[in-house]
Design a protein around this ligand. Structure first.
Ligand code: HEC
Length: 194
């Protein structure tokens, strides 16, 4: 994806801030977790919360762990993952958006680190239990890395673009964002039926 220099600068700041957390989250999401957490590594709050949740041990703890931490993304990136003023999502046919969203979900070119959403989230993997909740809702990574008490689904797509994918958030009015958001809505329905 081509970027102008402002966006590049945002990305650089973010990568600096999340240099530690991204590989950790990758391990958490991909490796089935247990080996790491049993040794109680001092992980950043989001990874810790996600890790606990992923193991089903931290029911109800995610919130407490993540709160009060001012760590995470740069101010610029915190703003970039929030819905902008006067936000109007791309308006398209839901079915065609879902199809495009599925392709994007598997597309490693969306990230700067070779990952796709599917790397972490195939078959409902990698989510905390909060994914079942009605949006907007509390998400540990949203709070710990971006200071958000609640996130909308499109903001969650942007958060995963910015943090684990180490990329810039998508354009807010883009078809890509609408497509991924629609696809994630369908993924959420499946997740709820687990
Ligand atoms: C390196 C692994 C990784 C990649 C790649 C990744 N994510 Fe995530 N994602 C996570 C983790 C970890 C969580 C759990 C965060 C939490 O609960 O604090 C998560 C949570 C989510 C959630 C649910 C949040 C909730 O609880 O409501 C959505 C939606 C999501 N990701 C979408 C995406 C999309 C879309 C992409 C691709 C653009 C993506 N993710 C790529 C690691 C990843």
């Amino acid at each position: 994806m081509n970027t102008d220099s402002h966006r590049k600068e945002l990305l650089r700041k973010l990568s600096r801030n999340l240099m530690v957390s991204v590989p950790v989250m990758t391990v958490v999401a991909m490796a089935g977790v247990s080996a790491v957490s049993e040794h109680g590594l001092g992980l950043i709050p989001s990874a810790e919360a996600a890790q606990g949740e992923a193991e089903g041990e931290a029911k109800g703890e995610g919130e407490g762990e993540a709160e009060g931490e001012g760590e995470g993304a740069s101010e610029a990136m915190k703003e970039a993952v929030r819905r902008p003023e006067g936000y109007e999502p791309y308006d398209g046919d839901a079915e065609s958006l879902a199809r495009k969203g599925e392709a994007l979900f598997n597309d490693t070119s969306l990230s700067s680190n070779g990952l796709s959403c599917a790397t972490c989230h195939t078959n409902g993997a990698g989510y905390a239990d909060t994914f079942s909740n009605e949006y907007p809702h509390f998400v540990a990574m949203g709070k710990s890395d971006f200071g958000m008490d609640k996130v909308h689904l499109d903001e969650m797509v942007q958060i995963c673009m910015a943090a684990p994918m180490a990329a810039e958030p998508l354009d807010w009015d883009s078809e890509e964002l609408a497509a991924l958001t629609e696809y994630m809505r369908i993924e959420q329905e499946k997740f709820r039926k687990r």
